[in-house]
Design a protein around this ligand. Structure first.
Ligand code: ATP
Ligand code: MG
Length: 301
C-alpha cells in the first residue's frame, strides 16, 4: 500500500540530516503509530509522503505509484492532516472543504461533507471562517479536509495536539470507525496512551532512524524486561522480613501489600523463595508494562 525504500533527507538549511535511510512498508488496513521525540524526523517523513518536502535519496511508492512520476495518482490515495494549521484563513469551513473537493475534481459531495462535519462536531461551525476557529476545531477541520476525497490512506501528524480530553476521545472513536471501514491509518503522536489504544503497529524514530518497528504486543513483550508485582498478605508486613528479596526492590504499601520489581525470567524464582519461607499470600496483581515505559527505555538507550 505504501512503500518507503532507502529514504534520506538532508535539509539544505543547517545541513541537517533529518532522515537516514528509512525503510518502511505499510500494508492495507494497518493502523500504525509513528513515535519519536521532537525533531526525530516524523513530520519530515510525513511531508515527504505528502509531496510537500523533497527527499534527498530513495523511493516512495503509494498504491504502487511512484510519488515522483505519478504525483496526481498518489495524491488521490492519501489524505494528510498536517502538523501546522495555518493557511486558507479567509475561507469558511464549508468553502474550504468545497475548494479541496474541487482540487480532486469532486462535485456533488455535499452529503458526504455533511457527514464528515457531523462526525467531527463541526456542523455548527460550517459557516465560520477558519481564522475564527479554536485550535482544536482547526485540527478537526483539517481531518475533514484530508478526508473529502475518501483516501485509502490517512496520515495524521499529531491530530490531537491541543485537543481537549473529551474531544480527543471522540476523535479516537472516529478514527477507530474509519479504520474499521477499511482506511489504512498512520498517526504520529506524543500521547503514548493514544498509540497504545489505537494502533496495532508501532514504529519509533530516533535521530532520523527507525529504532523499533513491531506489532504493539510483540514490542511490549520484547522490551518489557521488568514487571511490577504486587503481592497481598493477610497480615501487616515489615520491610525487614523481605531482606531475602532485596534484589527485587521490595516496598510495603497499605501495610499488607508487597511490591516488587521482577525481571520476567525471575518470576518463578520469586515465588519459590516466598514458598521457601512458608509465606502464603492472598492475592497477586501483575502490572503489565506500559508502552510509555518501553518507549522511554528505547529512546534513552
Ligand atoms: N524546513 C526545514 N529546514 C531545515 N531543517 C528542518 C526543516 N524542517 C525540519 N528540520 C529539521 O529536521 C529535523 C526533523 O524535524 P521534524 O519536523 O521532521 O521532526 P518531528 O519528529 O516531526 O518533531 P516534532 O515532534 O517536534 O513535530 C529537526 O532537526 C528539524 O530541526
Ligand atoms: Mg513533527
Amino acid at each position: 500500500m505504501l512503500s518507503i525504500s532507502n529514504v534520506s533527507k538532508t535539509y539544505k538549511q543547517g545541513n541537517k540530516e533529518a532522515l537516514k535511510n528509512i525503510n518502511l512498508d505499510i500494508m492495507e488496513g494497518e493502523f500504525t503509530a509513528l513515535l519519536g521525540q521532537n525533531g526525530a524526523g516524523k513530520s519530515t517523513l510525513i511531508n515527504i509522503m505528502a509531496g510537500n518536502v523533497k527527499k534527498t535519496k530513495g523511493t516512495v511508492k503509494i498504491g504502487g505509484y511512484d510519488i515522483d512520476s505519478n504525483e496526481l495518482d498518489t495524491k488521490k490515495i492519501i489524505g494528510i492532516v498536517p502538523q501546522d494549521t495555518g493557511y486558507d484563513f479567509i475561507f469558511t469551513v464549508d468553502e474550504a472543504l468545497k475548494k479541496q473537493s474541487g482540487y480532486f475534481g469532486i462535485k456533488d459531495n455535499k452529503e458526504y461533507i455533511d457527514e464528515l462535519l457531523e462526525a467531527l462536531y463541526l456542523t455548527e461551525k460550517r459557516s465560520a471562517r477558519l481564522r475564527d476557529l479554536s485550535g482544536g476545531m482547526r485540527r478537526r477541520f483539517l481531518i475533514a479536509k484530508a478526508l473529502v476525497h475518501k483516501p485509502k490512506i490517512l496520515i495524521l501528524d499529531e491530530p490531537t495536539a491541543g485537543v481537549d480530553v473529551e474531544m480527543r476521545h471522540t476523535l479516537y472513536d472516529f478514527l477507530i470507525k474509519l479504520h474499521e471501514s477499511g482506511t489504512t491509518i498512520i498517526l504520529t503522536t506524543h500521547y503514548i496512551e493514544e498509540a497504545e489504544k489505537l494502533c496495532k503497529r508501532i514504529v519509533i524514530i530516533d535521530g532520523g532512524e527507525i529504532v523499533a518497528d513491531k506489532p504493539k504486543e510483540e514490542l511490549m513483550e520484547t522490551f518489557s524486561r521488568e514487571i511490577v508485582v504486587e503481592i497481598h498478605f493477610d497480615n501487616e508486613l515489615k520491610l525487614d522480613d523481605f531482606d531475602f528479596l532485596k534484589e527485587y526492590q521490595p516496598q510495603i504499601e497499605e501495610k499488607t501489600n508487597l511490591k516488587l520489581k521482577v525481571l520476567r525470567k525471575d518470576f518463578s524464582k520469586v515465588f519459590q523463595k516466598l514458598a521457601g519461607k512458608n509465606m502464603e499470600f492472598t492475592d497477586l496483581i501483575v502490572e503489565k508494562p506500559k508502552l510509555e515505559d518501553i518507549y522511554l527505555n528505547l529512546i534513552n538507550h
